[in-house]
Design a protein around this ligand. Sequence first.
Ligand code: RNT
Ligand code: ZN
Length: 420
Amino acid sequence: MYDLKKGYEVAKEFYAQYGIDVDKVIETVDSTPISMHCWQGDDVGGFEKKEDSSLSGGIQTTGDYPGKARTADELRADIEEAIKYIPGVLKVNLHANYQEADSFVDRNAIEPKHFEKWADWAVEKGIGLDFNPTYFSHPLANNGTLSAADDKVREFWIEHGIRCRQIGEYFYQRTGKPCVINHWTPDGDKEVPVDTIAPRIRLKDSYDKIFEATKDVKGVIDGIESKVFGIGLESYTVGSHEFCMGYVMKANKDHIIMTLDTGHYHPTEVVSAKLASIYTFSDNVLLHVSRPVRWDSDHVVSFDDETRAIMDELVRLDKLQDTYVATDFFDASINRICAWVIGMRNTRKAMLAAMLQPVAEMKKLEALGDVSGRLAYKEEFKAAPFALVWDYYCAEKNKGVGLEWLDKVRKYEKDVLSAR
Ligand code: RNT
Ligand code: ZN
């Protein structure tokens, strides 16, 4: 290993030239929570005691890398292994289909007690829990969920949403940390329907009913996630961006916010370009950081231009602390713990790189009309020595410097995963 301390001192000097306090930045980056999704660990299967746990709703995992978690205990063990190599405050993001009832409990009947083990575990580890209703992978989800024309089907899913908000409150009570719930429905159509508004009016009505029935629930924040399309539902999405944005803005309630998933827009549209407009009208945003490759493929988050642009933007808007940052990817073609570690570290690293920029100075140049200086600054910091700060930070937190974690995860694969 190289001299980490020396590297850190050099970087500190470099950033001090621009008035940046590296230690303060490390503190902020370290204490900003990132919500790690549980579903990378078992390919979104969940642990409901039913025969068919195949994934539906127009999302897909591809690959059959061995060793996926088969039980909630295995999943928790895998999450614990991943967390060893992920610096910074974490939350864990659960889906309703990760319940642990003794026998099959349908979605409209789930209760906090079915998530008690998760809550016990989170309390023991000092981790906050976030939550998601699972409006997919279910026989009643084949013709729409919250927007279904069939009253009985809609009622079933409304009840599911209600119960999920109550479970969110339970997580809040147990952990003392607010529970961020993400509502995503896959509802849509392979072809453009003739009546494109009726499903949307029903979806609005269903959300209204869920929120009305649970208006006394405390400690829960609700993200409404839009999408451009799903597999088999290519032409029409009920919960489109316009729908979800309209719903959130009209609801005008502090706990109802937009979820922006980086894979849910047309390929040339980027989330980084949307944040300022939403923040003009909203106080908070929920982010699903993912990586779409040509489509919503949910590849592992990369330290790429868009992930960096999102973090740059949040820092420049001074909205990092108002944004609930969560990850959402599911790659079944690689070691699932590696997927978590790589994606989570990249998300946190992009946050660090964004914070290590002289934003106030850049804003000053812009206000003075110095557009050449502005560009020079923006470009200069793309290759500034943030990696030295990153390494030092990982070492300080004992989370593995560079690729140190890789051999350890390989060992876990050999000792634990390969026996599954
Ligand atoms: C699907 C959405 C949604 C899911 C998770 C599993 O396109 O992104 O957030 O990925 O709920
Ligand atoms: Zn998502």
